[in-house]
Design a protein around this ligand. Structure first.
Ligand SMILES: C[S@@+](CC[C@H](N)C(=O)[O-])C[C@H]1O[C@@H](n2cnc3c(N)ncnc32)[C@H](O)[C@@H]1O
Length: 364
């Protein structure tokens, strides 16, 4: 599909066709129901109903260690995640939301004063910009300014995913992180699915084959993606299920770090000091690493480089392993495939159900 046609159709979908979460035709754009920590639930409850009603995300984009962070939200829509995060970064942090659909940006902008008053801030710590995520520099955003780039169910809608990741990389400071949830397919999707307007708008037809995310991330300069969580998408729409056939989809959250090429790292023993808001006793970093406060964990070179060179460095004691052999039993097989992760969770019977969150079927 031509780029301009994709933009126009997606803008119409989110600006005109959909008025509220309940208008979605599949459950692809709904956050899997999972228990939320109280501090996130409370932050979400403070977001104005008119903003939350136009939420179309597929994950929870709340990375840890957010105090004072500068965050850029790609495809912020009506701004629900921006207003939630505005509370978590605090008055000295800042959130910029960008979106190409004017109607959504208008809703987001309209309620800045309401939220700042509600949060008791003297001046706004959010702003919203109407622009394309593939052209952030052209829109006047300054590079290397952000600690975090987030996105919730948006990148699948882009006709040029490489450009999105490249721009995100440019916007991040060294040691910064892209933390985003999106929809992925189990292989390259065929033309007839890719050209389906509703399936594209519903965040399915444009889904990347998950392995391509690893390729693009590497080309752009990121460390290999770290899988945070994933859940299976069942469309819940017979007509669209027939078109999609046997192709499978998951909603998955990945974290990608921008670590300087000069930073050499070796295997390390690390100890989480604790103290990150909401994760005081335990930090679930991704599906492979879980750090309990005070416990020694052997980490590989990549993980050591991330912990040493990102906002997490102050939260860990880090000691190179040197010639010491890794402790048996502390080694783990790494999972990077979100489909394999979902299968393992289903086999264990611990999969979260892919039902709606802040959508027609209830609210988290
Ligand atoms: C599924 S909605 C998610 C919105 C928001 N993240 C949320 O959680 O409610 C996708 C959003 O991405 C925006 N979008 C899609 N492609 C975009 C692009 N190339 N540049 C900027 N925004 C885009 C759409 O306008 C829409 O608001």
């Amino acid at each position: 599909m031509a780029v301009e046609k994709i933009y126009k159709e997606v803008q119409d979908y989110y600006g005109k066709d959909l008025k509220k979460t309940e208008d979605l035709k599949t459950n692809a754009c709904l956050t899997p129901a999972r228990p939320l920590p109280a501090f996130i639930r409370e932050a979400l409850e403070c977001v104005l109903e008119e903003v939350s009603a136009k939420y179309y995300g597929c994950g929870l984009v709340v990375p840890e260690c957010l105090e004072d962070c500068w965050i850029l939200d790609l495809g912020c829509g009506s701004g629900r995640d921006c207003y939630m995060l505005s509370q978590l970064v605090g008055e000295n942090g800042h959130i910029t939301g960008i979106d190409m659909t004017e109607a959504q940006v208008e809703v987001a902008k309209k309620h800045i004063d309401y939220h700042m008053n509600k949060f008791g801030y003297k001046k706004p710590n959010v702003n919203f910009i109407h622009c394309y995520m593939e052209k952030l520099s052209e829109a006047g955003l300054k590079g290397e300014c952000y600690n975090l780039v987030i996105s919730n169910c948006v990148i699948n809608l882009s006709p040029d995913k490489r450009a999105v990741l490249h721009e995100a990389y440019q916007m991040l400071k060294a040691g910064g992180e892209m933390y985003f949830s999106d929809v992925y397919a189990n292989c390259d999707l065929p033309e007839d699915i890719r050209k389906h307007r509703v399936l594209w708008g519903e965040c399915l037809a444009g889904a990347l084959w998950w392995q391509d995310l690893y390729n693009i991330a590497k080309e752009v300069g990121f460390q290999p993606p770290r899988l945070v969580t994933a859940s299976r998408i069942t469309l819940g729409n017979k007509e669209l299920e027939n078109i999609v056939g046997n192709y499978q989809f998951v909603s998955a959250t990945f974290r990608l770090f921008k670590i300087s090429k000069d930073s050499t790292a070796q295997r390390c023993e690390v100890i989480y000091k604790g103290g990150i808001t909401g994760h005081e006793k335990e930090l679930e970093f991704d599906v492979n690493y879980r750090f309990k406060q005070g416990e020694i964990v052997d980490v590989d070179e990549e993980t050591a480089a991330i912990l040493q060179n990102s906002r997490f460095s102050a939260k860990f004691l880090i000691q190179p392993l040197g010639k010491k052999q890794p402790t048996p039993g502390r080694q783990k097989l790494k999972i990077g495939d979100p489909f394999k992760f979902v299968e393992q969770m289903e086999a264990k019977g611990t999969m979260k159900t892919p039902s709606g969150c802040c959508g027609p079927k209830g609210c988290c």
